[in-house]
Design a protein. Structure first.
Length: 216
């Protein structure tokens, strides 16, 4: 197991520690396993948080490194680097951070959620279009195999995504704000991520993935 220790992390280490201690600290950062961070990556933000909390004391460094190995999210929060403004926090401390350095693990979680949301919204859009295409089947009373087939197909596909959103949520950057916006007309709301999906026409409620307005 070996991580990349970026030049910025090395510079901060050399500022905080004596030369012999700095070499030891860098070696430990390279070889100390962090949960959910793959071999060969550069967990720069986590490393910077550990260094900040150490205050240049080797014993405190070891303690903070051990804490990061248990859950580095707590380490980020303790160092004030747990939210989306963390680059600005670093700059306020005189650290010349530039975002073009290698992506941190946190960026990957956020990017995964962005991709998943896009997929979810496209799936809901397909569902709405298919419902509209078969409007007569949905509006006519009685049993209809086509209606059941559409409902079952999207119920399972959308329902399977909900735990995926839930698993990503604890690792996302930025403060978790409750969704206080009231739904507007002609909106579908994602039960998993809480965001709104626009639709042009009213359609029947389909259980599991998204919820239409009350009178649909």
């Amino acid at each position: 197991m070996s991580y990349i220790v970026t030049d910025l992390v090395k510079q901060q280490t050399q500022k905080l520690f004596a030369p012999d201690e700095a070499a030891l600290v860098i070696s430990k950062l390279e070889t100390s396993l962090l949960p959910l961070i793959d071999d060969g990556e550069a967990p720069e933000r986590v490393h910077l948080a550990i260094l900040y909390l150490s205050g240049g004391d080797l014993r405190r460094f070891d303690r903070e490194l051990n804490g990061g190995q248990i859950d580095w999210r707590d380490t980020l929060c303790a160092a004030g680097l747990g939210h989306a403004d963390w680059p600005a926090v670093l700059r306020s401390r005189g650290i010349d951070y530039r975002h073009e350095l290698m992506a941190t693990p946190q960026n990957k979680f956020d990017e995964a959620q962005r991709i998943l949301k896009k997929y979810y919204h496209e799936l809901v859009k397909q569902m709405a279009e298919e419902i509209i295409e078969h409007r007569e089947d949905f509006e006519s009373p009685g049993y209809d195999n086509r209606v059941d087939s559409i409902v079952e197909k999207y119920f399972h596909r959308l329902h399977q995504l909900r735990p995926v959103f839930g698993n990503l949520k604890p690792f996302l950057s930025g403060p978790k704000q409750p969704n206080t916006k009231l739904p507007s007309k002609n909106e579908l709301h994602c039960q998993a991520c809480g965001s709104a999906v626009q639709q042009k026409e009213k359609s029947s409620k389909v259980a599991g993935g998204a919820e239409n307005e009350g009178n649909a």
